[in-house]
Design a protein around this ligand. Structure first.
Ligand code: NDP
Length: 333
């Protein structure tokens, strides 16, 4: 195992890489790194360490986790905690670490959804696995239709008041649920920092309401799966390569998601990307970041090279009206 790590001295060389999260004081890097895939298992791999190092060297200060990331659930937090303790502990104040609770985590009636009991117990567990005193952002990972929304928001507010989280976030809430949640949090004296929805060229649902709700409220937005788990790269243009996520037999990207229609759309988008001098991945990320409300995109990566390529999306981030029209003709809203 590599003995020691010193971050790149020029990692903050591009100040415009950091974008304000809605109206909050906090800024996030335009590209953040998520640990849903490639960080699970019984111990830290050299690749996991290399991914974190490369990200931080490139100025990525935000690392996104959830209680259940693995497999097994919880192991991504444990592994990140080990990497943090070993390599990044002196830089804790340069990092924004998020985690979430909402999906199934432990047996019995208190191990998922949105009760106060589950959220606060889960946050304590996450802090133990990460081996830190606080996370920067704590999310309700999904809306719970069977728990009063006041109870779920009350738990988020309590997490912030206790100092175990600096900010509160929502993920996978629809526009009206979001508006209600923002109002309740405000009444509790805790504003919502950010929403984390799925958004990419292949899933544009948030354009139909959520972005407007967030814009009006001054709440930030961080898009997850902005590359549609790899479908918006050149990876699947000619089938499913070995070693890719779709080949890995998980529930997240199954072989049947890699359809001929998606591959055709990706190929056509790739031609537009090429005309701009970008890879398809860079083009897809720049496109997701074009909204003023979009603070960051949270990407996944299986190699350090992918992170480097993806961060370079910012080198050509604006789109002409003609380009946007050509995109809309390929992937309708
Ligand atoms: P992406 O859409 O960015 O997909 C990442 C995958 O795309 C990589 O693992 C890799 O696949 C491939 N890839 C990335 N860059 C390149 C490149 N330059 N060239 C070729 N292939 C590339 O995001 P994820 O789906 O991984 O999600 C990102 C994060 O979002 C998660 O880690 C998590 O933090 C968050 N998330 C949140 C959810 C929520 O409910 N709030 C749900 C899902 C994700 P390969 O491994 O095949 O190389």
């Amino acid at each position: 195992m590599k003995a020691s790590y010193s971050p790149a001295p020029d990692r903050y060389g591009r100040p415009d890489f950091y974008r304000r999260c809605g109206r909050a004081g906090l800024k996030l890097p335009a590209v953040s790194l998520g640990l849903w895939h490639n960080f699970g298992g019984p111990d830290v791999t050299e690749n996991a360490r290399a991914l974190i190092h490369r990200a931080f060297d490139l100025g990525i200060t935000h690392f996104d986790l959830a209680n259940n990331y693995g497999p097994p659930p919880g192991s991504a937090e444990e592994n990140f905690g080990r990497i943090l303790g070993r390599d990044l502990a002196p830089y804790r104040d340069e990092l924004v670490i998020s985690t979430k609770a909402g999906f199934h985590m432990w047996e019995g009636p208190y191990g998922e959804w949105g009760s106060r009991k589950y959220l606060l117990a889960s946050l304590d567990q996450s802090l133990r696995r990460l081996n830190i005193d606080y996370v920067d952002i704590f999310y309700s990972h999904r809306f719970d239709p069977d728990t009063p929304i006041d109870e779920t928001m009350g738990a988020l507010a309590q997490a912030v008041r206790s100092g175990k989280a600096l900010y509160a976030g929502l993920s996978n809430y629809g526009p009206s649920e979001t508006a209600q949640a923002l109002e309740i949090l405000r009444s509790l004296g805790v504003s919502c920092l950010i929403h984390q929805p799925r958004y990419s060229l292949f899933d544009r649902r948030i354009e139909a309401g959520l972005l407007d709700v967030l814009g009006a409220a001054g709440v930030g937005c961080i898009a997850f799966s902005p590359l549609a788990q790899g479908l918006l790269t050149d990876k699947y243009l000619n089938g499913i390569p070995p070693g890719s996520r779709a080949s890995a037999n998980t529930d997240s990207l199954r072989p049947e998601h890699v359809t001929r229609e998606r591959a055709d759309q990706a190929r056509r988008l790739g031609e537009l990307a090429q005309a701009r001098g970008q890879s398809l991945a860079q083009f897809a990320l720049a496109w997701a970041l074009r909204h003023p409300q979009m603070t960051s995109v949270v990407i996944g990566a299986s190699s350090p090279g992918q992170i480097k390529e993806n961060v370079a999306a910012l080198e050509h981030a604006s789109f002409t009206e003609d380009e946007l029209r050509a995109i809309d003709a390929i992937v309708s809203r």
